[in-house]
Write a protein that binds this ligand. Structure first.
Ligand SMILES: Cc1cc2nc3c(=O)[nH]c(=O)nc-3n(C[C@H](O)[C@H](O)[C@H](O)COP(=O)(O)OP(=O)(O)OC[C@H]3O[C@@H](n4cnc5c(N)ncnc54)[C@H](O)[C@@H]3O)c2cc1C
Ligand code: SF4
Length: 338
């Protein structure tokens, strides 16, 4: 059995106190929300913080509420179950509701938070292993080693962004509020990520993600499709988030964002642009799906072969758009043993 290493647990009651703890402890401290990603990673010694700053006791991080402009704000500490089962979230942002409901298992969704899901660590077959396994192969640069075992000549890590909610929030045009020692700032969710498997978040280590705000959903429809091996709890090996705004059937804005194909969610911008001004016909969908496969560049470091994962991007984008057009009514998650 893998055990947690010893650590000090700090339990602030306000965001301000949490920031103070982060500043005082510096690189020795990490934030923990539900712990459903961090604790397994600590058991495998992928992270070895001396102190954890727990966010569960901070009331201001909780809750889901409507905003004045017709949007919604969701606290970073809202659990995935709360997001998935919130009637107004489901009505206005069905893609977010599905994505939250497809994360892992019911137990982990009851503990896991939206903030933790956005900040979830990147994944790789050579990294998500026990300490002994990683030691036996000489470690890799993401932790304890100095080379990449997937691409040995590469100066960077290619671990995969594996969040279900991140591509959806990006496609929906959500913004994130960050609070740190220098004050607070609001950034588009799309600007929160970096294409680097180790340094994958564009927020400072002493900043706390406090809430997500979604814009008015009037005229928008959205969908999220997920591919994984086991429906019971697996991470995505491909996620497709699609959001379109239509006026009398004509697409005026479109965002297609792919998950689990790179170290950050990746927007298929040419595919979205190709839909603008068109109806969601079978021809327009095929054209956009072909274009969406371009930015999908999976490597051989998660489940299934990478050529297969690239190939099915086109299929999943076509299915997602067909769902928005009312031409398809299949499930949101596809499991395959192949
Ligand atoms: C078996 C298993 C299956 C899983 N399947 C999936 C899956 O299908 N899809 C998926 O997306 N995830 C999956 N996960 C990962 C995880 O359960 C979810 O991503 C969950 O939402 C993480 O939220 P948390 O609150 O538990 O995060 P934590 O584990 O508490 O934290 C995760 C990371 O986020 C940081 N963090 C947390 N909150 C904040 C904040 N407010 N501000 C700044 N940083 C913060 C932490 O420091 C840590 O680095 C799985 C995990 C397991 C163990
Ligand atoms: S992509 Fe390379 S460096 Fe990154 S976790 Fe995998 S093997 Fe390690």
């Amino acid at each position: 059995m893998m055990r947690l290493p010893p650590f000090e647990y700090l339990a602030p009651r306000t965001v301000g106190d949490a920031v103070k703890y982060l500043v005082d402890r510096g690189p020795e401290a990490m934030l923990v929300a539900g712990g459903t990603d961090l604790f397994p990673n600590m058991k495998r010694r992928q992270f070895e913080p001396k102190a954890l700053v727990g966010l569960r006791g901070i009331r201001e991080l909780r809750g889901v509420r409507a905003t004045e402009g017709g949007g919604m704000t969701i606290g970073a500490g809202a659990t995935l179950t709360q997001v998935a089962t919130h009637a107004e979230v489901a009505r206005r942002y069905p893609a977010l509701s599905s994505a939250a409901g497809l994360v892992s298992s019911p137990q982990l969704r009851n503990m896991g938070t939206l903030g933790g899901n956005i900040c979830v660590d990147t994944r790789c077959n050579y990294y998500n292993q026990s300490f002994e396994w990683r030691k036996a192969i000489g470690f890799c640069m993401k932790k304890d080693g100095d080379i990449c075992l997937v691409a040995p000549g590469s100066p960077r890590c290619w671990a995969v962004s594996s969040s279900d909610s991140a591509p959806v929030l990006w496609a929906l045009g959500a913004t994130a509020r960050l609070v740190g020692p220098a004050g607070e700032r609001t950034v588009p969710v799309a600007a929160l990520f970096k294409d680097d498997g180790i340094d994958y978040l564009a927020k400072r280590a002493d900043e706390i993600l406090t809430e997500i705000t979604l814009p008015d959903a009037d005229g928008w429809s959205s969908v999220y499709l997920k591919l994984r091996r086991r429906g019971a709890f697996d991470f995505p090996v491909l996620g497709v988030a699609a959001a379109v705004r239509r006026e009398q059937d004509i697409v005026r804005e479109a965002h297609i964002v792919l998950g689990a194909v790179a170290s950050q969610p990746r927007e298929a911008t040419a595919a979205g642009a190709a839909l603008v001004g068109a109806r969601l016909t079978a021809e327009a969908i095929t054209r956009a799906a072909d274009l969406a496969a371009g930015p999908s560049k999976p490597l051989d470091n998660t489940d299934f072969t990478h050529p297969y994962r690239k190939k099915v991007t086109r299929v999943y984008v076509a299915r997602a758009l067909a769902r928005l057009a009312g031409l398809d009514s299949g499930p949101s998650s596809y499991e395959t043993g192949g």
